[in-house]
Design a protein around this ligand. Structure first.
Ligand code: SF4
Length: 208
């Protein structure tokens, strides 16, 4: 039987080679973006890589990464150590391209095509703490926890910690890009501070 490291390497090769979306006509830029070892305890799940992430092949590389890592620093994580030891991925792994001024939100069809990869990443890495980042990832990962109610407003779930059916803790975060107006409100920034306190506490229990 292959080691978990080997199985993850095989999965990574499959994701890099994947062209499923292109083959059925979705206009993505091929080249899956993700990083991290099989031993990670924390998994960050974003919406999809942006253009610079796609160009350099590194998740959360540009402005959204600067804010994400500022948040993680508040929770006690240094960026280089986090990138080396923890896992960063997304609901869909390839850059979806532009839509108006921003990046296009991956369609439901693209999400469905890519979903088996995220499921396999979770099954192999088995993170103890999941950090969905942005509305799309938050809604997807909290669906099994909240059921039909789902997530109506980000403000209802940011600042709270959840546990899913696998015993994995989930701390949702808003999208860290400067395009998010949600973060302009002081009461919403206070919710993010509360979320980062959960991340700090769980990280100390799990990883340090
Ligand atoms: S987004 Fe996912 S399913 Fe679509 S081509 Fe990229 S890796 Fe494959």
């Amino acid at each position: 039987m292959a080691s978990p490291e080997r199985e993850l390497a095989v999965l990574h090769a499959e994701m890099h080679a994947c062209r499923r979306c292109l083959e059925v006509g979705h206009e993505i830029v091929p080249g899956a973006v993700f990083s991290g070892p099989v031993t990670a305890q924390v998994m960050v799940v974003g919406q999809a890589p942006g253009v610079t992430e796609s160009e350099v092949g590194r998740p959360f590389n540009a402005s959204s990464g600067r804010r994400l890592f500022a948040w993680l620093a508040q929770a006690g994580w240094e960026e280089t150590a986090f990138r080396r030891t923890q896992y960063l991925t997304a609901v869909t792994k390839c850059y979806p391209g532009k839509s108006g001024k921003g990046d296009r939100v991956p369609s439901r069809a693209e999400q469905a095509l890519c979903a088996p990869f995220l499921e396999r990443e979770r099954a192999l890495v088995r993170p103890a703490l999941l950090l969905p980042v942005g509305g799309l990832a938050v809604r997807l990962l909290l669906r099994p926890v909240l059921g039909a109610k789902g997530v109506k407003r980000l403000g209802d779930v940011i600042g709270r910690a959840f546990v899913d059916e696998r015993g994995c803790r989930i701390v949702p975060l808003p999208h860290p890009s400067g395009a998010s107006l949600w973060l302009n409100r002081p009461e919403n920034r206070a919710l993010v501070d509360r979320a980062l306190e959960h991340v700090r506490r769980y990280s100390e229990e799990l990883c340090r």
